[in-house]
Ligand binder design. Sequence first.
Ligand code: ADP
Ligand code: MG
Length: 912
Amino acid sequence: MGIFDKIFGDANKKAIKTIEPLVKSVNELESQFGRFSLDPHTKRELVPAAPSEAGSRYGVGVDELKAKTEEFKKRLAEGESLDDILPEAFAAVREASKRTLGQRHFDVQLIGGVVLHQGKIAEMKTGEGKTLVATLPVYLNALAGHGVHIVTVNDYLSRRDTVWMGQIYHALGLTVGCLNHEASYVYDPSHVSEKKEEGLDKERDTTGAFKVVHEFLRPVGRREAYEADITYGTNNEFGFDYLRDNMAYDLSQMVQAKGHNFAIVDEVDSILIDEARTPLIISAPDAESTKLYETFSKIVPRLKENEDYNVDEKLKAVSITEGGIEKVENMLGLKNIYEEGGTRYVHHLEQALKAQILFHRDKDYVVKDGEIIIVDEFTGRLMPGRRWSEGLHQAVEAKEEVLVQKESRTLATITFQNYFRLYKKLAGMTGTAQTSAEEFHKVYGIDVISVPTNKPMIRTDLPDRIYKVEEGKFRALVREIKERHEKGQPVLVGTVSITKNEILSALLGREGVPHKVLNAKNHEQEGEIIAQAGRAGAVTVATNMAGRGVDIILGGNPPDSAEAQKVVEFGGLHVIGTERHEARRIDNQLRGRSGRQGDPGSSQFFVSTEDDLVRVFGGDRLKNLMERLGVGDDDVIENRLVSRAIEQAQSKIEGNNFDIRKYVLEYDDVMNKHRTAIYKLRREILDGENVKEKVADSIYEETERIIGAHTSTETGEWNIEEIAESMKAMIPMEEDLHQKLREISDSRDIQRLNDFLKEIADSAYAQREKQAGEEAMRNLERMLFLRVVDELWVDHLEQMEYLRDSVRLRAYGQRDPLVEYKIEGQKMFNQLQAAINSQVANLIFKVSFIHPHTKQGSAIESRDESYSRSGVGAQMQQEATRQTPSAHGPKVGRNDPCPCGSGKKYKKCHGK
Ligand code: ADP
Ligand code: MG
């Protein structure tokens, strides 16, 4: 044991020691809670719990367990803390579990429950019953009423756990929701007839570990699933819902109404480490915009300066006159460009104008190999890879008639790291966390505590078998599997890829060895198969994702004690790894399938010098050495030194992968600040918080910008012409400002000028509001603001992407690309904020109606693989297509409950 392990081991022991008194308290409460009875509704034969007084039977008496929940809630409301009621709450859960599922939480499971409640990672071996462990902290934390999320690796497991554990929560009076990709559910036994329920219930008690009794799931809307006290779902579903919520145009469309209170992540290493390399992305193909750039590029040459548009060289701005707008509308066959095309058309028009009038070939840019390359305005250097923002680059491409880059526009994106950091408290559980403890600590700030097993672990991990060539290894594998199978021992074979999986399957087939092949294609079906992998003589060949989360019980499931006994005599489940994985953690996951709950078992890895992992790290040298020693193709060596070298290679790869994830995260952290700010702004607008004020501020800012650009403090020169023109470009008006402006100009009083322009803006705004009506105006402000924010935000995302690529290109110098990215990113974000204000100010006087959602076609949800390399985790990536949620939410009546979930009436809450 190394010194680090020792210190670490001591800390772990200490942590467990401090939890033990709590376990004692829970145990002491058992007899008291044993007297309570269950929901009379379920009236079932119940498994006797620990001895309770006077032979009281379950099912007799009143509904005291549920009453306990109410009592706990009340006590919390009166100021007690979750820690205060922990022992009683755990005792209540254990009692509910005994009476429903017939399982009594082991003491080590109580320890695990406390670790999770503390917001840490509980490392508990496979088969220790982590699903049940989670019920303890989940119930306790759900009492506070802010929601608890349990994150699983696939949809099937979230359904399984909802149905399997749902009965415990239900008995305690809490509701459970379940998110799947295609649908959402709540746990609801009452929607099955009582007679049928009995049978189904029995089925669940025996095979609930792998079989989902779908009858207990009632389909509901997404929001309702989140409104439940407890919600099960995958990391993808939670993450995408978060992103979609932040694209909503109405509060009623937001589903994560309770926010992010407490999450427990099952198989936490898979989710927070293996999958954390690839961020979540919602994007939309953007063929339309390519066309638009071309269309507008053709329109601009037909417009005339000073008649249709005005150029302001100083501000590097072009503004279009009313006459110009009319002309464009005619050319496009539109009645009102603002209303029909929205800000998008106006934006395209503006960019096309800029591209053709303000940006000059061979001065601002050059055209090279069909690409537009920016010329740095200060140094004159070419800047390949950089692109102008907000579609300007595409507009220049259209102008030069080179290929307009078609992209799928990223509408929203987040890394899992930053999604899970949203939670006030985060915990996780897995069989294999310790080797990644550093990363968990550094990235998520959560510690790992290893919880002792319920029964001593007696699996033997045999030393690696090393072969010179892969072919020899495969022959040996087949011999080994066949031998054990014929003896009657169950064998689980783990492969690193689907290809290897298929090769091995073919070889086994040729030898006449019956076997099942799993490669994570259908989780539900594979769950059922893996549950039988412990039957006598079973051979199961699986990739590491397949059948995950489902326990392998010796003798099969439903349990058969005679068969189990036979399997024990054969030595239990034997696990064979056909190759070492990139991370020791994954190897351990595979081994961990055997030896659960004190079962006998064994594991062994087969390795060849031609395996990817070994090849990369000096496999050739090893092969030569073996050749010199005269090792034949079918000879095996077992050598500690070689195994050690492999483990070193693994930790090197682990280190590299950690770096990649750190890199992704460091960059996302920059974006995260922007995202947080924009999402907060969006939320304020949706909540209807002072939107009018925000719009007014935008207008004032715009007037100040106009003043700043056309009054010089140095020369004292005021350009009244330009001021008047710019004001008119923002606020369409009849009156002539010149007279009054000249007057003020004589005094050279900036403050007076400022007041005057604001006054004009204010009265124009009041006029506008009077015309439109107050309510319509508030609505318009809200919609316009959201629309502008969203469109510019999407541009910003794109821009930041370009920036990320370009700083990477520039990394050859002394400059740290990340620092560059941060500095440039901040600049861009300031520009974004200015652009939002400016657009709002310029549009609010011109539009009178905004469609609630932009035409983005169908959004595609995906995980960006450009970061990820092949290997572990890459198999998991899935792409999903889903329509953007319709932005037309149901109309809320003034007396209806407010859709925000506050419980107040709409008119008293967000409808105010
Ligand atoms: P893990 O996720 O830790 O690998 P599971 O939650 O899948 O383990 O549970 C493994 C098996 O152990 C399941 O079949 C479950 O029914 C059983 N189990 C868990 N806890 C208990 C308990 N306290 N008493 C009896 N069986 C239990
Ligand atoms: Mg599990």
